[in-house]
Ligand binder design. Structure first.
Ligand SMILES: [Zn+2]
Length: 314
């Protein structure tokens, strides 16, 4: 199998697994990274093929080793359509060239056509097209299974529940809005939630709302993503309570997150485990999010320990 085909088959297989497989996969593998790697490989193959093509002597077919390195020098024999819901995925498939035929060609020593540079470019465009189709398929699936797929009543019921839980932490009635427009949180701001310090409402991204909904209404835990969603809800609630400092807010949120997680349906052990995981991930996060890094005081018996009497932290 040529590397062009191998990369595409692997990409399609991964996307199918991502759509159909366990939700843990969705929470652990950043999809954007996978597509960027696939795109990088396609570009790499293209550059390799374009560089390799002029170096070949015009009167000979490429050697086996070169074909292995630069990809197959032929058009795909056929296109295979893989059904994926309502969308179709096109795969280019090539049979291995017959060895005898290969030798016969070389013996005949007929002047082979100079490999047209357009062939690698065409292959590259096919790969690019495949990536676009897969991104479209994922967008389609997400729109059918995401927060947006819930009906209006359910969304309101869920938002009210989140608001009730946030009110417990904030110590006053507050409301939580799941920002579907993306105007406040999401792609642009790269944050999971937004709240005015001391205010009475906060916005969460639809992704976080969906994970909270799954936990509260379906008893479904999507690994560390559920932990993140709980931490984000608690974090915004602490802002609404009046805490301004990001690092302190996060430290308090991870502690309040244990009881919040329990109220949403987790066992105490599971809730603690998820919040500890968030604390570990917080410590591992780079300097890019320095202001969110919890301070050294955020430990059992430290100045930020909300429950000095308990030896559990968070
Ligand atoms: Zn914050």
């Amino acid at each position: 199998m040529s590397p062009w085909v191998a990369v595409r088959v692997a990409l399609v297989a991964f996307v199918l697994l991502w759509i159909l497989g366990p939700s843990e996969l969705r929470s652990t593998v950043p999809l954007l990274l996978v597509f960027l790697v696939a795109l990088g490989l396609e570009v790499n193959f293209l550059v390799g093929a374009l560089r390799g093509a002029p170096a070949r002597s015009p009167d000979r077919l490429p050697q086996e080793v070169d074909r292995g390195r630069y990809g197959f020098e032929r058009e795909p024999d056929e296109l295979v359509v893989v059904e994926d819901g309502d969308s179709e995925v096109w795969l280019a498939v090539s049979e291995e060239e017959d060895e005898e035929e290969d030798e016969a060609d070389e013996q005949a020593a007929e002047p082979a056509p100079v490999p047209a540079p357009s062939a690698p470019i065409r292959r590259f465009l096919v790969g690019l097209g495949l990536i676009v189709v897969l991104v479209g398929a994922i967008w389609f699936v997400e729109s059918r299974t995401g927060w947006d797929s819930l009906d209006r009543e359910t969304k309101i019921e869920a938002s009210d529940r989140f608001g009730d839980e946030a009110s417990v932490i904030a110590g006053k009635p507050v409301s939580i809005l799941c920002d579907e427009s993306g105007d406040f949180v999401g792609a642009v701001q790269h944050t999971d939630g937004v709240a005015i310090v001391g205010g009475d409402h906060a916005y969460l991204t639809p992704e976080r709302c969906l994970d909270l909904y799954r936990l509260a209404f379906d008893d479904e835990v999507t690994g560390s993503r559920t932990g993140r969603a709980i931490a984000v809800l608690a974090h915004e609630a602490w802002h609404l309570r009046g805490e301004r400092d990001e690092a302190k807010t996060e430290c308090y949120a991870l502690q309040s997150g244990v009881e919040l997680g329990e109220r949403l349906g987790l066992s105490e052990d599971r809730a603690r485990q998820l919040m500890r995981q968030q604390l570990t991930e917080n410590a591992l996060r780079g300097a890019g999010s320095f202001e969110y890094r919890v301070p050294p005081d955020c430990r059992d018996g430290g100045a930020l320990d909300l429950d000095a009497g308990s030896s559990s932290f968070p």
